[in-house]
Design a protein around this ligand. Structure first.
Ligand code: C5P
Ligand code: ZN
Length: 531
């Protein structure tokens, strides 16, 4: 493992040195989710410190067409973050010539090979290339790159932690429901640079932004029997143990509770869980990442990640970047965007509640046929939330489909740890399908996406069914009967929307784990940058 990391860092250093010598404008393209926004912000801050001009685009999807147009801009130095790995061929076709440099900082599955003549000008910085699969986000990889450019950038580790939390890479009880592996090393850097404080607290989402009774009502993990899902029961529980819901006219949040009140609440939750024979009733505490330099409602990494995600999804990725850069002028607008985003998601979820016939469940998978009823920019969040809701079996993947404005279908697929551990890779399934029927797609084992043409909806489902049946990820209640396809298995992995940890509002991309990295001693990454 250490060797692999050495070779990753040595490639990163090479790219960093070339960047430092380059004097023109740097073109930056990043993904529009929380991880992508954090990645973009890391690059921007790094470039500002290097006094280099830049031009940033935050996009929802990299396509051949986009790359072709980018080629027409005549850029000589392009950095892709949190995307790009799925387009190695197109990038070489449209963007690389003997004068240009391309750097990709990414963690998505790689498609295509770098041609020998491009080896010195095309830097695909992606741990997967070296067999390091999981436990690092796009922003984590980007951070390593920025860190190699200058040691001053150690403080940008904060953003890499937020990106990883946004991608639902937080783990299980063994990691105190926090980050592990390379992510944990990056977290160490953030602690060393005084940007993040790790505390143990109640794993309820919305520490700073949600009224306590709402945090209880919406808590799926940890699940509180009789309380989760019920506003009145949540209010009742708080009243019973003497916790005031309001301070003046304002709802109190978890962060407003005194230590004594937090203890009382924790005891009450554990009691409820014991009373209902929940397994491990005391597993309600976990790591909480406090963003030390930020003000109140922007202090919790998990809530911060959701804000970034809402900015991206509401087509305001630039706002997320400004938030990352801590520009206070945008705070109010971010609050508004978050509110609208929540409203939209809430509206869609209740619409689905009343229109359950759009959910099709077969022996092999669950399909959400959103068609024109679920906006394309929210289908992935809806898929994550539904998949995590406990409504469906972890033995079936989910494929959520919605119509796009340009006349196609957006697919968002999610799979559980259980399925990934049995060899399922959504990225492979999606790739197989689009190779046959056309379209664009990619992603990870546990979370992948695609765009396909409108007339292919039923064909897509047929193909998924056929693949799942053939590969024998048969839905059965008997785990033993599940036969793996013999695909690579890198140890336990966690798919999006199957987050068992952070209590986040929604899943991010994926949280695959790599056993050996997981066990690495937590000393921070500083030692790799001693030169
Ligand atoms: O959009 P969604 O969240 O469902 O995507 C899941 C994962 O698949 C993300 O990591 C995303 O970057 C990736 N994806 C992709 N190509 C697409 C759509 C999604 O690589 N066309
Ligand atoms: Zn990502």
């Amino acid at each position: 493992m250490e060797d692999k990391l050495e070779s990753l860092i040595s490639e990163i250093k090479k790219a960093a040195n070339i960047l430092k010598l380059y004097e023109g404008k740097i073109r930056v393209v990043s993904h529009y989710d929380a991880d992508g926004i954090c990645s973009a912000s890391i690059i921007l801050k790094m470039l500002m410190r290097e006094d280099k001009p830049f031009h940033l685009s935050i996009i929802n999807q990299l396509t051949e067409e986009y790359i072709r147009k980018l080629g027409e801009e005549g850029n000589q130095f392009i950095i892709f973050t949190d995307l790009g790995s799925g387009h190695v061929e197109d990038i070489q076709k449209y963007l690389l010539d003997e004068k240009s440099i391309v750097v990709i900082c990414d963690h998505h599955e790689i498609q295509g090979d770098i041609r020998p003549e491009n080896k010195e000008r095309f830097f695909l910085i992606n741990p997967i290339k070296l067999g390091i699969d999981g436990n690092i986000s796009g922003s984590g990889v980007t951070y390593l790159f920025a860190r190699a450019v200058s040691s001053e950038n150690v403080d940008l580790s904060e953003l890499a932690v937020i990106g990883a939390v946004g991608d639902a890479q937080t783990g299980s009880i063994e990691e105190n429901w926090g980050l592990s592996g390379l992510n944990r090393e990056i977290l160490k850097d953030a602690q060393i640079s005084g940007k993040i404080k790790v505390e143990t607290g109640l794993r309820l989402w919305g520490r700073y932004t949600r009224p306590i009774h709402k945090a209880l009502e919406y808590s799926v993990d940890p699940y509180i029997p009789g309380i989760s899902g019920s506003e009145s029961a949540s209010v009742h529980l708080l009243q019973e143990i003497g916790i005031e819901l309001k301070k003046g006219d304002e709802w109190r949040t978890l962060s407003d509770l005194t230590n004594e009140e937090q203890r009382k609440l924790a005891t009450a939750i554990i009691k409820e869980r014991i009373r209902n024979n929940e397994e491990n009733p005391e597993w309600i505490f976990g790591d909480i990442y406090e963003l030390v330099d930020r003000t109140q409602e922007f202090r919790d990494a998990s809530e911060f990640a959701t804000m970034l995600n809402s900015c991206g999804k509401m087509d305001k990725g630039y706002l997320g970047v400004m938030l990352c850069l801590n520009i206070s002028e945008v705070f109010d607008e971010v609050r508004e965007v978050l509110l609208n985003y929540r409203r939209e998601i809430g509206r869609i979820l209740s619409w689905i509640e009343n229109n359950k016939d759009i959910i099709k469940e077969t022996d092999h998978a669950v399909y959400i046929l959103g068609r024109e009823n679920i906006p394309e920019h929210l289908i992935s969040n809806v898929a994550s939330i539904l998949y995590k809701s406990g409504m469906f079996s972890e033995k079936k993947p989910m494929f959520a489909l919605s119509y796009t404005e340009d006349g196609r279908i957006k697919v968002s697929a999610r799979a559980s740890d259980f399925l990934i551990n049995n060899g399922l890779s959504l990225q492979e399934i999606i790739t197989k399908i689009i190779n046959e029927m056309g379209g664009e797609g990619g992603g990870h084992k546990g979370a992948a996406g695609a765009f396909i043409s409108r007339e292919n909806e039923s064909r897509f489902i047929e193909m998924v069914e056929r693949i799942l049946k053939r590969e024998r990820y048969i839905n059965t209640d008997n785990q033993e009967e599940l036969i793996s396809s013999g695909d690579d298995k890198d140890g336990p992995a966690k798919g999006e929307g199957y987050s068992s940890g952070s209590g986040r509002e929604e899943g991010g991309e994926t949280g695959n784990k790599e056993n050996s990295i997981q066990k690495m001693e937590g000393q921070g990454l500083v030692r790799y940058f001693s030169s």
